[in-house]
Design a protein around this ligand. Structure first.
Ligand SMILES: *Cc1c(COP(=O)(O)O)cnc(C)c1O
Length: 434
């Protein structure tokens, strides 16, 4: 299958090239030239995440050099649990935090790394993966590329704006991973990364790619866990499963929307944002009005200009149709705190502040009389946000083993001014001796 730019002023590319390019040269995002149609029957006998994913992604890989490696890529990258756990009547958590860095970003980052590694020959020039992160992406990308020959990862994160454990994770890999703490906001980090990725002279000397939320190599595999959950529900109950998804850059939610458009048995999709309410305002009928983000307790969703918005417009070119296809609601910090405080008693489990926004949106839907079956995407393990949650519940949170192992390693990040010349110099410096 070929992929075209949402702006339609760049040539269409095969999957492998589109994965490696990241952003299209006209500034648009790559989207599939047509959407395949699959039904639940096409997944008969497929009940692991890797198997469901291989069936779902086969049409997207058709005629690309990576097609022959698809089964191995899924088996390698997606051998992660994504369990559904009942927490209340007609309510399940879709737990996406059982990977090495305890957030859903592990699925996409590992899949992208496996694809880029399959494309990379031993004689090819080393490739630098540049990633701006609001907290969880950087660690997932670092874990996915750590010690992979032929790759270097450079992480940009806003100094002081990620949780202490997120910061520790970003700096704890070392080897071929460099963490740069930027004196600025996440938007500054994203702008720096974008500028480097558009700098042809730099890329000539230092081949660069990105691993941000717009990457097709992250978007496509994220459909898989929604497909797996919806198929399990369909097989047991013969009904569609509805989802509430905590949303920032719209990468995770867009994957669910695509899975529904392809024909998976998915019903309603409700987006939950924090106080950054660009999407809820748009879905309520306002013009799309991107703006600077405000900091909240759900920091990985502090996004004022959701980077996948153009793909939403591609999926539903008609604004009225788009607005009636999904709903979106904003949740303030005070409500996040309330959910976190009462969560263990109410649902028998703790959640992270991002997942709390989705639980709050579901509570509102229930109050309005919605009794359908919902799965809430649980996007990170609560232990990553101990400094927010522990004071609210008055007890320590148990740390999962994978996260504990990372927290035990020493961590180091270099300071960087929010200045492009400084970043370019850093990217061109020879790799430090190990
Ligand atoms: C990245 C992230 C989100 C937001 O996902 P998007 O794909 O940007 O919408 C939500 N929760 C957590 C924990 C995250 O790390």
């Amino acid at each position: 299958m070929n992929f075209r730019s949402t702006r339609e002023r760049a040539p269409a590319l095969g999957l492998g090239e589109a994965l490696a390019a990241g952003l299209a040269p006209d500034g648009g995002l790559y989207v599939p030239q047509e959407l395949p149609h699959l039904s639940a029957e096409d997944f008969a006998g497929r009940d692991s995440l890797a198997d469901v994913s291989a069936t779902l992604l086969r049409p997207f890989f058709a005629r690309d050099a990576l097609a022959a490696a698809l089964d191995a890529i899924c088996a390698d990258a997606l051998a992660l649990p994504a369990p559904l756990r009942a927490i209340a009547p007609r309510t399940q958590l879709l737990e996406l935090f059982h990977g090495p860095t305890a957030a859903f970003k592990d699925f996409g980052a590992r899949f992208l790394a496996a694809c880029l590694a399959a494309r990379h020959g031993p004689g090819d020039a080393p490739l630098t993966v540049l990633v701006a992160t609001s907290g969880d992406t950087g660690a997932a990308v670092a874990a996915a590329f750590h010690r992979r020959p032929g790759f270097r990862v450079v992480i940009l994160y806003p100094d002081g704006r990620v949780s202490p454990r997120q910061a520790h994770q970003l700096g704890c890999f070392g080897d071929n991973v460099q963490a740069l703490r930027v004196a600025g906001s996440f938007d500054d980090c994203q702008a720096l990364a974008k500028r480097a990725l558009a700098d042809a002279a730099l890329k000539e000397r230092t081949p660069l790619t990105s691993a941000n939320s717009i990457s097709l190599g992250r978007l496509l595999p994220q459909m898989s866990y929604y497909a797996l959950a919806a198929l399990a529900h369909w097989r047991r109950h013969g009904e569609v499963l509805n989802f509430v998804i905590p949303t920032g850059n719209l990468g995770n939610a867009l994957a669910c929307m695509l899975a529904r458009a392809i024909g998976l048995p998915i019903g309603a999709i409700a987006l939950a944002t924090n106080a950054n309410r660009v999407l809820p305002e748009f879905f309520a009928g306002a013009e799309y009005a991107p703006r600077a983000s405000v900091p909240t307790l759900a920091n990985a969703m502090d996004v004022g200009a959701p980077s996948n918005f153009e793909r939403l417009r591609w999926l539903y070119p008609d604004a009225a149709a788009l607005r009636s296809a999904f709903t979106a609601e904003a949740v303030e910090d005070a409500e996040i705190r309330n959910v976190l405080r009462g969560c263990r008693e109410r649902y028998g489990t703790l959640v992270c502040p991002h997942t709390a926004t989705a639980l709050r949106v579901l509570e509102r839907l229930r109050t309005r009389g919605d009794e359908r079956d919902y799965a809430v995407a649980a996007t990170a393990h609560p232990a990553k946000f101990d400094e927010v949650i522990e004071p609210l519940i008055g007890q320590p949170i148990q740390v999962p083993a994978a996260l504990a192992a990372l927290l035990e390693r020493p961590s180091r990040a270099e300071p960087l001014a929010a200045d492009y010349a400084a970043l370019r110099a850093r990217l061109e410096a020879p790799a430090a001796a190990p």
